[in-house]
Structure formats: structure tokens, C-alpha cells
Design a protein. Structure first.
Length: 166
């Protein structure tokens, strides 16, 4: 019989990533993601609920998460659910269910990410940053627009994450 333990969420980070190292030197990062849902009840009133998900990222993924995830960052996380049980210092039993991340993608415009998920120094182009006739160009002159070369044309074909409907 097959088993599947998979979690996929898309939401906003509720706090900056907390990174530490285990005694054997392995990185581990923790952060939380909030997901919102809306629905109409039987009376037709709009209802809203927020769920909070604790995320754990190990190793290189944890180091990358620490670089790209800040409070408010829109983030996509894939992983597996894990429940930990322990006894607290006051003797009570504690339990925590968290998502152990296999894949994390930062979706906010706080920087541009390369294939490894690390932030590049070049900020993404926003609609307000595009050349507009009569607006100042990068040289500060008005009324001039620069011609794009073929490398720049390839960049303009990129998908804008804000246009994705989910």
C-alpha cells in the first residue's frame, strides 16, 4: 500500500527566519507562514480565517531560506508534515506539528532569485521602472527611451509573479 505525506502552502512569512546550527554543524532555519481563506456562509456573509504553519528547513535549504525569507515575504513551501513530542521543563507534555521543507521559493519582489534560490543583487523590474515616453531615463534626460538589445528583450519575456492567479 502506498503512503503519502506531502504539504504544499503559499502564503506570507509572519516573522524573519531564525537560523541556528546543530552541535554537528548542520544549519536549521525556522519561520512561520500564514495562509488566508475566505468563503461565504449559508447566510451569504463573507467569512475569513487565517492558519499559521511552522516551517523547518535543514542544511543548505535552511541557509538559503535565512537569506530570502523576511517578515511579509510571499513564499511557496513544499515538504512533509512532522509532529514532534517532548516534555517541557515544567514537566508537561508538548506537541508541535510542522512542515519540514523540501523546496522553498520566495515570491516577493525583495530581490531576484536565481535557479539555486539565492538572491541576486539586481532588483526585478517593476511596471513603474519601465521606460515611459517623456519620463526620465537612467541618464536623467526626459523624452528619450533607450533601445533594448536582444539580451534585454529576453528579460522582458519573463513571467510576472503578480500575474499568476493563485
Amino acid at each position: 500500500m502506498l503512503n503519502l505525506n506531502r504539504a504544499t502552502i503559499l502564503g506570507n512569512a509572519t516573522r524573519d527566519t531564525e537560523m541556528r546550527y546543530t552541535p554537528n554543524g548542520q544549519a536549521v532555519s525556522n519561520f512561520a507562514v500564514a495562509t488566508n481563506r475566505r468563503w461565504k456562509n449559508q447566510a451569504g456573509d463573507l467569512q475569513e480565517a487565517v492558519d499559521y504553519h511552522e516551517i523547518v528547513a535543514w542544511g543548505k535549504l535552511g541557509e538559503i531560506a535565512n537569506q530570502i525569507i523576511k517578515k511579509g515575504t510571499k513564499v511557496y513551501v513544499e515538504g512533509r508534515l512532522q509532529t514532534r513530542n517532548w516534555e517541557s521543563q515544567d514537566g508537561s507534555r508538548r506537541q508541535r506539528t510542522e512542515i519540514v521543507a523540501d523546496n522553498i521559493i520566495g515570491l516577493s519582489g525583495r530581490g531576484e532569485y536565481d535557479a539555486s534560490g539565492t538572491v541576486s543583487s539586481r532588483a526585478p523590474e517593476t511596471p513603474s521602472a519601465k521606460a515611459v515616453p517623456g519620463a526620465p531615463d537612467t541618464e536623467g534626460k526626459t523624452g528619450e527611451t533607450k533601445k533594448k538589445d536582444s539580451a534585454t528583450d529576453a528579460e522582458s519575456d519573463e513571467i510576472n509573479l503578480d500575474d499568476i492567479p493563485f
